[in-house]
Design a protein around this ligand. Structure first.
Ligand SMILES: *[C@@H]1O[C@H](CO)[C@@H](O)[C@H](O)[C@H]1NC(C)=O
Ligand SMILES: *[C@@H]1O[C@H](CO)[C@@H](O)[C@H](O)[C@H]1NC(C)=O
Ligand SMILES: *[C@@H]1O[C@H](CO)[C@@H](O)[C@H](O)[C@H]1NC(C)=O
Ligand SMILES: *[C@@H]1O[C@H](CO)[C@@H](O)[C@H](O)[C@H]1NC(C)=O
Length: 486
């Protein structure tokens, strides 16, 4: 196989994406566009040639520390594993994986709500399909664990942090060498008769058990899509940027499989006791934030642990909403969706203000209840009319052929939450480019399969936004931040 691939990537360049300030759109003669309730999306083809497919590594990574906060680079996983050529296939797989994740989240939520006990959830799973072994959890950071660099997927939808461990009964291929506990003098197994081991029930949905023939606490995490990790619960030193977390509790995975391809493991940023957020509470006070980049392969965002207001780049004022706690689902971050507006027009739906919505860094495409989605689609089509239609793409059913256009004006999309918080979806988060030549460009939102399912705010709609989670104050804030053009 050739070392070099010719890759044509389609990149969205934002010339101006001003927030809506007036209700009328005006176009000036200078080519600087008027906005009102629309934003201009400029489509430009970039040609990438002779990209090396080797050097699949996210190190070295920059990090900075300020007061009680650290900032870590956040990469799109594609960036770390090197560019690939099969654009369309990759996107199809990504959406298929996304659908599997959403199914698994829904079945996990249904299970938790119906039983009230979150133990041994293990079996209600959809089997892993071979074609689906790809990227949904697409953002990674690099940290040091037990003296070794490890690249981890960032997941706000789960709690336990884990890495694949040597010796390994069954491991997927990863780029970095396996973590070897024997080489880390600070590594200590967690005993099964400990409260830490008992915390696993909340963190993973499966109780910790004593290891076969040993007093080590064994954990099992199933991600519902057939992905899982199983192994020994352990303590070791975790270094986040320059901050040392002693005796950090993590999983030493001896048997792992699933949608994690290439990276060493996963970092759990959920809300229960074993998450990174809870374990670093003494240092970062339960606050973290991220800004997810928009451009697939070059994008560079950041994960900030602690209140890092001084570390964020040019950003608009924050608007905050309350995080809704659900005792039966201690891991998840729920918000109170009170409305959605398209181009300044508020959608009407009886569920606004009455149903919880999950915010998740691991789901790609935002899912809405069928009635809400239909209202959104109808309003969007009304305002984005006159463009040639294109066939549906996987779960995305509202598609256009925009190959004849250099730029288009698209209605702004805002999601409103309790206490008057607003997420203004970045102009790059409204369309999904199924074809690199823009001949199939789809509205990047999908409907759930039933009204009883829980809406999910996916990462595609969180791009270029600073999302601050404050588990201490139980709030979540949004601000616009251009995190990727740098
Ligand atoms: C580990 O990461 C640090 C910081 O990014 C870097 O300086 C160092 O070279 C890395 N070590 C290895 C073995 O990759
Ligand atoms: C189980 O314990 C016995 C006695 O301590 C030991 O000989 C054996 O190797 C252990 N087996 C495993 C699988 O660790
Ligand atoms: C959600 O917001 C609505 C409208 O502001 C309010 O009536 C309702 O009590 C809120 N629900 C929760 C759980 O905060
Ligand atoms: C998309 O539109 C262009 C220009 O209008 C046209 O030439 C092309 O055939 C269309 N592509 C598809 C797949 O319909």
């Amino acid at each position: 196989m050739s070392l070099y691939l010719h890759i044509f990537l389609f990149t969205l360049l934002i010339l101006h994406a001003l927030p809506a300030t007036t209700a009328t759109a005006t176009a000036s003669a200078t080519g600087v566009h008027g906005y009102g309730d629309r934003q201009v999306l400029t489509l430009k083809k970039l040609k990438w040639t002779q990209q090396q497919t080797t050097t699949a590594n996210c190190f070295p990574q920059r990090s900075r520390t300020e007061k009680n906060a650290i900032i870590l680079e956040l990469h799109n996983r594609d960036y770390c594993s090197g560019p690939r050529s099969d654009w369309n296939q990759r996107l199809l797989k990504k959406l298929l994986s996304d659908q599997i994740r959403v199914h698994s989240l829904q079945s996990r939520i249904k299970f938790l709500l119906s039983n009230g006990f979150n133990q041994e959830l293990s079996q209600a799973q959809i089997p892993l399909k071979s074609g689906a072994k790809l990227q949904t959890l697409n953002y990674v950071v690099a940290v040091r664990l037990g003296g070794r660099n490890v690249t981890l997927i960032v997941d706000t939808g789960s709690d336990l942090t884990w890495v694949q461990c040597d010796p390994c009964g069954s491991c997927y291929n990863q780029q970095e060498p396996l973590f070897n506990p024997i080489q880390s003098p600070s590594y200590k197994p967690v005993l099964c008769k400990s409260t830490t081991c008992q915390d696993l029930a909340d963190a993973t949905g499966s109780s910790g058990v004593c290891g076969f023939n040993s007093s080590t606490c064994n954990y099992y995490v199933s991600y519902g899509d057939g992905s899982y990790t199983r192994g020994d619960l352990a303590n070791d030193n975790l270094v986040l940027g320059t901050t040392l977390v002693k005796d950090f509790v993590f999983g030493c995975g001896r048997d792992n499989d699933g949608l994690f391809g290439g990276v060493s493991g996963l970092m759990g940023l959920g809300r229960s006791a074993l998450s990174v957020v809870s374990q670093t509470y003494g240092v970062f006070e339960g606050v973290f934030s991220y800004c997810l980049p928009s451009v697939t392969d070059e994008g560079l965002g950041s994960l900030v642990l602690g209140d890092g207001t001084s570390l964020y780049k040019n950003f608009t004022p924050f608007s905050y909403t309350n995080l809704i706690s659900n005792i039966m689902m201690p891991t998840f971050y729920f918000l109170n969706l009170t409305g959605i507006s398209i181009g300044g027009v508020s959608l009407q739906d009886s569920t606004f203000g009455k149903s919880e919505m999950l915010i998740d860094s691991g789901t790609v495409i935002t899912r809405l209840k069928p009635t809400v989605y239909n209202a959104l689609k109808t309003e969007f089509l009304k305002q984005f009319s006159g463009f040639p239609k294109a066939p549906a793409f996987s779960i995305l059913d509202t598609c256009f052929n925009l190959s004849a256009y250099e730029e288009v004006e698209i209605p702004t999309m805002k999601m409103h939450f309790g206490m008057d918080a607003t997420l203004t979806v970045d102009v790059t988060g409204i369309f999904y480019f199924a074809k690199a030549d823009a001949s199939q460009v789809c509205l990047a939102i999908a409907g759930l399969s039933g009204e009883e399912e829980i809406g999910i705010i996916g990462n595609y709609q969180q791009k270029n936004t600073r999302v601050v989670y404050n588990t201490k104050a139980s709030t979540l804030g949004f601000a616009k931040e251009t995190c990727s053009l740098d």
